[in-house]
Design a binder for this molecule. Structure first.
Ligand SMILES: NC(=O)c1ccc[n+]([C@@H]2O[C@H](COP(=O)([O-])OP(=O)(O)OC[C@H]3O[C@@H](n4cnc5c(N)ncnc54)[C@H](OP(=O)(O)O)[C@@H]3O)[C@@H](O)[C@H]2O)c1
Length: 370
């Protein structure tokens, strides 16, 4: 079942020097059975868009970006469903959706995977919905993947103490980890943030022991500050994901039976495991592991009963629709950049230079002259 869809579309291509080319006759993506075709209204800009395109960074991240599709820019977008695949039972033409995927998000039409797309209720603006996107999916993995922890859809009862460290808690990814942990009733949350800490002040719950610790202090002082609140934390989510922050998180958790999960924002350092206590397990949360079931990050690949991480993505996205409908998950701060996708190169540079400071950048398709 399809609406009238043009043969070709406009799309932006990011070049290795981070300049942007525009195509006016790109083919409309082909739909698979478990996909939906979306006419994009806004596209989000993520660090991977410059890291994946930039030659130096993408080569360095090669261990994870094995498939060329991982490097395709434009990982999240919102818009209207214009066609549904044969197995996309949950979705209907005209639905408002938020999708996370490889396929060109900086384009007029994009494909969404059913298990990485969320129906967006009419009460929530497209802009607010898009602030979730890739950071929300990554945050869900960082918080809950391969960990015996309560979840927002199966929260802890009462006042069980489960200290949880979130490094980079004011980043888009980190802030969603904090919000999801709170909905799972995981406390105390030790949120480590800097100049944008204000944005998560209203999220944490000091009456349950949650605190914000400033990462800009000297490292030993930071470790002392965290250990004063909890020297028994067994879980840390490193939303920044550099080898340095991973190593620091490994010093923050209990040296026995602990897990540090990294967002691998920077090239992974294989020697890291030799520098952390043997009782600290290092894990990686990699969103493409959800929409690429054969990704090395998937548990058992396409043939497993859950088809890699498909079921994880489906659960996280359905929960997001529920949470948006019920107003229990607040969006991240955002800025709609002027001139839509025309300003993509500027937005990439601003992101690379860290000028977004606790905000997501969104591009409006309708404001683009192409
Ligand atoms: N694995 C995946 O699938 C995946 C997916 C998405 C993102 N990522 C990675 O995850 C990281 C976060 O992405 P994002 O979109 O959330 O970024 P973001 O929103 O742009 O994060 C910016 C914020 O990070 C904080 N920050 C920067 N450097 C820091 C440091 N050394 N220590 C603590 N906080 C620091 C700053 O907080 P203050 O302003 O408070 O100082 C800054 O405002 C990136 O490295 C990205 O590449 C990975």
């Amino acid at each position: 079942m399809e609406q009238s869809i043009p043969q070709t579309m406009h799309q932006a291509i990011i070049k290795p020097d981070l300049s942007v080319d525009f195509e006016s006759d790109a083919p409309i993506p082909q739909l698979k059975d478990d996909e939906i075709l979306v006419r994009a209204v806004f596209a989000g800009v993520n660090p991977i868009d410059w890291k994946g395109a930039n030659e130096e960074q993408s080569v360095a991240l090669h261990g994870l970006l094995k498939s060329p599709v991982h490097r395709a820019p434009g990982k999240d977008y919102v818009g209207y469903v214009v066609a549904v695949g044969k197995e996309a039972y949950q979705f209907h033409i005209g639905d408002r959706v938020m999708c996370v995927n490889h396929s060109s998000g900086f384009a007029e039409y994009s494909v969404g995977k059913t298990f990485a797309s969320a129906i967006t209720p009419g009460t929530v603006s497209f802009e607010d919905a898009l602030t979730f996107g890739l950071p929300y999916l990554t945050a869900s993995l960082l918080a809950f993947k391969d960990k015996p922890l309560p979840t927002p859809w199966n929260p802890a009862n009462g006042n069980t103490r489960t200290p949880f460290i979130v490094y980079g808690a004011s980043s888009s990814v980190g802030a969603f980890v904090v919000k999801l942990a709170k909905l799972a009733n995981i406390h105390p949350i030790i949120a480590i943030a800097g100049s944008s800490a204000e944005s998560i002040k209203s999220v944490i719950n000091p009456s349950k022991g949650d605190v914000i610790v400033d990462y800009r202090q000297e490292e030993d002082a930071l470790i002392r500050a965290v250990h004063q609140v909890a020297n028994d934390a067994h879980y840390a989510a490193d939303a920044i994901g550099s080898p340095k922050t991973g190593e620091l998180c490994a010093r923050l958790v209990n040296p026995h039976d602990s897990i540090v999960t990294s967002s691998v924002g920077d090239p992974w350092d294989d020697t890291l495991k030799d520098r952390v206590p043997p009782g600290v397990q290092l894990q990686i949360a990699f969103s493409p592991g959800v929409f690429e079931p054969n990704d090395p990050d998937g548990p058992d690949g396409e043939d497993s009963p859950n088809h890699g991480r498909k079921a994880f993505g489906l659960t996280a996205m359905n929960y997001l629709s529920y949470a948006l409908q019920n107003g229990i998950l607040a969006p991240h701060p955002y800025e709609v950049r002027a001139n839509g996708v025309d300003a993509l190169a500027e937005a990439l540079l601003a992101l690379k230079e860290g000028r977004n400071k606790g905000k997501r950048y969104l591009l409006e398709m309708g404001a683009t002259k192409w």
